[in-house]
Write a protein that binds this ligand. Structure first.
Ligand code: PLP
Length: 368
């Protein structure tokens, strides 16, 4: 260990990003859109780069045009947001880190409920912020009494919730939302709506009316822009200003700003594909129900979470973790990448062809 490094870094591992995958793997492990941007939108972006983008100049560090366009998009869900309610990040990952910096470094802990998006805890650890994990019940809801005890007994600065949750795909329940709404003003409530376009549920109105709420969203999923790393936060101006204080000045390259603006201009056609994914989700879910070897949970997102059913366990003749690992590895060998996380399998919905191959590969695995 280098003598000048923080001792606690020795316990951390660098994030293992999605590996560069050789074709023809079906990449159903990161909840991206399976469909690239249409060629004409790429052409218009390429043209913008050629004609209007000065590569020698820094990007607009205030994200002026993009904030305005995002505020208009947010306002379509019947909430009047303005550019002052929006902060832009290099992916919502950057905003998560900014929120942690602004609330909890040297100032308290954060609360999460696993299984959930792993970056909250990973980023907190890199910043030396303690993480209190209250876990989830069998139905993946949160034990609210336990969570309230943590709030009462410890200095929690921020609570991180995904709506709908990843990897388990369930949206927050009314009881969970009510609990979040009664949290005191010295606890920040972070609602991560990375999958909003698939669920249609938003709590953005709360983030505009409550000083201690923030909603995070991303262009990496339904908008098909994962390569461009654009995320945004919706909150009252005071919190937005705090986020802008702690971020890097030119955090989003000009080309990514242009890509997000272009995607918003073409949102009607790009988001039409959400319905296709939801139809695929119904087909996959019906198939899983029929074959009965994997039990699944209802999904409000573009992925399905499952574990081995009793029948699946006896058919494979292995305990749950070994059985799931066997399915994960077997699918990988056959060319389908999924995630084995939180004690279950998370399968992103791909194109109709990819999903059909997933079913074939699952069938092969379970029959053997
Ligand atoms: C719940 C959740 N939040 C945030 C992200 C990251 O989004 P971004 O690509 O904008 O950093 C993901 C990505 O998988 C996610 O699942």
């Amino acid at each position: 260990m280098l003598p000048f490094l923080r001792a606690d870094l020795a316990n951390l591992k660098a994030y293992q990003p999605h590996p560069a995958i050789p074709e023809p793997y079906d990449q159903l492990d990161t909840n991206e859109s399976p469909i690239d941007l249409p060629a004409e939108i790429k052409a218009s972006l390429a043209n913008h780069y050629q004609q209007a983008l000065a590569a020698n100049r820094y990007p607009d560090g205030g994200h002026t045009a993009l904030k305005k366009a995002i505020a208009d998009y947010v306002s379509e869900s019947a909430i009047a947001a303005t550019a002052e309610n929006i902060s832009i990040g290099n992916g919502s990952d950057e905003l998560i880190r900014s929120l942690l910096i602004a609330t909890a470094i040297g100032n308290g802990s954060i609360l999460v409920a696993s299984p959930t998006f792993s970056m909250y805890a990973i980023l907190a650890q890199t910043l030396g912020i303690p993480v209190v994990d209250v876990g989830r019940q069998d139905d993946f809801c949160i034990n609210l009494e336990k969570a309230q005890t943590v709030i009462d007994q410890q200095t929690i600065r921020a609570v991180f919730m995904v709506h709908p949750n990843s990897p388990t795909a369930n949206p927050l329940t009314t009881a969970e939302i009510d609990w979040l709404r009664q949290l005191p003003n010295d606890v920040l409530v972070v609602i991560d709506e990375a999958y909003f376009e698939f669920s249609g549920h938003t709590l953005a109105a709360d983030s505009l009316s409550r000083p201690n709420w923030v909603v995070l969203r991303t262009f990496s999923k339904a908008f098909r822009l994962a390569a461009h790393r654009v995320g945004y936060a919706i909150a009252q101006p005071e919190l937005i200003n705090a986020l802008d204080k702690v971020r890097l000045p030119y955090n989003l390259p000009s080309f990514s700003q242009a890509a997000a603006l272009t995607a918003l201009t073409h949102r009607a056609s790009l988001l039409a594909n959400v319905d296709v994914t939801i139809t695929e989700r119904h087909t996959m879910s019906a198939w899983l129900n029929e074959q009965t070897m994997l039990s699944q949970w209802p999904s409000a997102a573009n992925f399905i979470y499952c574990r081995l059913s009793d029948l699946g366990l006896s058919k494979l003749g292995m305990p749950q973790p070994e059985g799931l690992n066997h399915i994960f590895s077997s699918l990988r060998q056959q060319g389908t990448l999924i995630r084995y996380t939180g004690g279950g399998l998370r399968i992103s919905l791909g194109t109709a062809e990819e999903n059909q191959r997933t079913r074939t590969h699952l069938r092969q695995t379970m029959i053997k």
